[in-house]
Design a protein around this ligand. Structure first.
Ligand code: FAD
Ligand code: MLT
Ligand code: ZN
Length: 489
């Protein structure tokens, strides 16, 4: 099977009635209440086509007040709700398990304000990341987050997953860049922490609960985000290494020589590149082996700098490349000569996810690990699964984040039993995290104990009970079953 055992539908949740639908139509208008089978099929299915819900109702509010009235009704009636953004999440968090109502924020896509001095943006949760980034680019700024799903994912979804992505190394996580949030709690209460200040030590920083809350504690409706200026000098290189050890040495050299302008340090193995070449006919191997018949390079690095002065950055690159080639740390490389070539190199890295999806089914893992151990997990996994699948590794090496993916022709109990819980145990033994950036969703609640102490899980469960006493928000997700005790009153 695809995933861990599925829990049973919680019988304490109400079933949707025609009175409920009429109520929602009164609040949202006919256009905001979707019952069309084809549209529901899309909203019930996750990006990987791995998780399938059975919701009969999709709601599309346009205002915070509408979100509040919808949730107050669901709370009163005990109707379970799944908040949904661009539905690009990779852990089944954005789709229902059963008949939960889907609350999609996509129609709330206004930019509210932008301060060109401070770089602070306020926007609604349904804004698509790529559109916000384009808006900022016109004004000389960038969004502090970038990721392959930028064309469909929404700011509210990014915040709710605390997405990491390709620029975290430089700009840090959304825990730092989100300055304020407007959130609607399960009972419809609107919590306003929408401050646009860098500093605000006025007691507990409650907005942080919703950054990475995966829609289980509240619905994000607006956000204030600190955005950095757009770099005038951007340089991108793809480098090939003969071993993972060399890739680590290159990382050390990059930090030393490129210093403060280093903006991305990504890696992928040869199998990833082969998959991208197989599934993207327009992409060519940018670094074919220098001699005919020589074996392909086993590891690739995508290194980016973003600075304010090309001359200054070129000098840094010269120093870095000299140091890297001196010890044959890097075997081969190509530096993009213009923005088009840079985009071409990024397309390889960002194309891995889709190539894996096209190649068959995929078991996706997302670990934080000490960098020195990071690739050994891929090798150990391949050894463990033998011919049942192909293990590949890629990810945000600069952040110690490995994406271990196992590609196979079909989901099978035999393969999953080889992988789990073994991969989680391996991670726990190395004091890693079972989710660096994708979250827990419905895929990993049962595995949470491998990287979080019982005392911390109990505190999470207490917060859940406090903020959502009837457990209507994104049930069956994030918290392990036994910790997710609802208030029966
Ligand atoms: P959804 O998938 O719709 O939802 C994700 C979770 O957030 C769900 O639990 C949902 O209930 C909740 N949610 C959504 N909106 C709200 C809201 N307004 N209020 C409360 N809860 C809400 N992730 C990374 O971290 N780094 C990457 O580099 C990265 N690359 C990706 C590349 C591809 C090609 C794809 C398909 C995914 C990638 N992801 C990556 C996964 C990532 O989590 C999502 O792309 C993104 O952050 C989710 O945004 P979304 O709007 O699609 O949210
Ligand atoms: C990435 O880094 O490419 C994303 O997190 C998506 C994935 O893990 O496939
Ligand atoms: Zn990633």
């Amino acid at each position: 099977s695809a995933s861990a055992p599925v829990p049973a539908r919680d019988p304490s949740f109400a079933q949707l009635t025609s009175d409920d639908v009429r109520f929602f139509q009164g609040v949202l208008g006919l256009g905001g209440v979707v019952t069309d089978d084809d549209l529901l099929a899309v909203a019930n299915t996750d990006w990987m086509n791995k998780y399938h819900g059975k919701s009969k109702l999709l709601l599309r509010p346009r205002t915070t007040e509408q979100v509040s009235r919808v949730l107050a009704h669901c709370h009163e009636r005990r109707l379970a709700v799944v908040p949904q953004g661009g539905n690009s999440g990779l852990v089944g968090g954005s789709v229902p398990l059963f008949d939960e109502v889907i609350l999609n924020l996509g129609a709330m896509d206004r930019i509210v304000s932008f301060d060109e001095v401070s770089g602070i943006l306020v926007c609604e949760a349904g804004c698509i990341l790529e559109k916000v980034d384009a808006y900022l680019a016109e004004r000389g700024f960038v969004f502090p987050l970038d990721l392959g799903a930028k064309g469909s994912c929404q700011i509210g979804g990014n915040i709710s997953t605390n997405a990491g992505g390709l620029r975290l190394l430089r700009y840090g996580s959304l825990h730092g860049n989100v300055l304020g949030l407007e959130v609607v709690l399960a009972d419809g209460t609107v919590v306003d922490t929408l401050k646009t200040l860098r500093k605000d030590n006025t007691g507990y920083d409650v907005k942080q609960l919703f950054v990475g809350g995966e829609g289980t504690l509240g619905v994000v409706t607006q956000a204030a985000i600190l955005t950095p200026p757009k770099a005038r000098a951007v340089n991108v290189a793809l480098l090939a290494c003969a071993s993972f050890q060399d890739a680590l040495t290159a990382f050390r050299l990059a930090k030393q020589e490129l210093g403060e302008v280093l903006s991305a340090f990504e890696f992928f193995d040869r199998t990833c590149l082969d998959l991208v070449l197989k599934h993207h006919s327009a992409i060519r191997d940018p670094l074919p082996p220098e001699e005919d018949g020589a074996p392909p390079y086993p590891f690739y690095l995508l290194v980016e700098t973003a600075g304010s002065n090309q001359e200054h950055d070129s000098a840094k690159w010269d120093a870095f490349l000299e140091a890297a080639s001196a010890g044959e740390v890097v075997q081969n490389g190509t530096i993009a000569q213009d923005a088009g070539q840079a985009a071409g190199l990024w397309a390889i890295r960002e194309g891995i996810t889709e190539s894996l999806a096209k190649n068959g089914v995929v078991y996706k893992y997302d670990f934080s690990l000490p960098v020195t151990d990071l690739y050994r997990l891929v090798e150990d996994t391949q050894q463990r699964i033998g011919p049942l699948g192909v293990a590949v590794g890629y990810g945000h090496l600069g952040d110690g984040n490995l994406h271990l993916n196992v590609s196979a022709p079909a989901y099978s109990d035999a393969l999953r039993a080889r992988l789990e819980p073994w991969v989680y145990e391996w991670t726990a033994q190395h004091r890693g995290s079972i989710s660096a950036e994708h979250g827990l969703g419905q895929m990993k609640p049962h595995a949470l104990r491998y990287s979080k102490a019982d005392s911390a899980i109990e505190l999470m469960a207490s917060l859940k009970r406090l903020l959502d006493p009837r457990g209507i928000l994104n049930p069956y997700k994030v918290l392990p079953d036994e910790a997710d005790k609802r208030d029966a009153t």
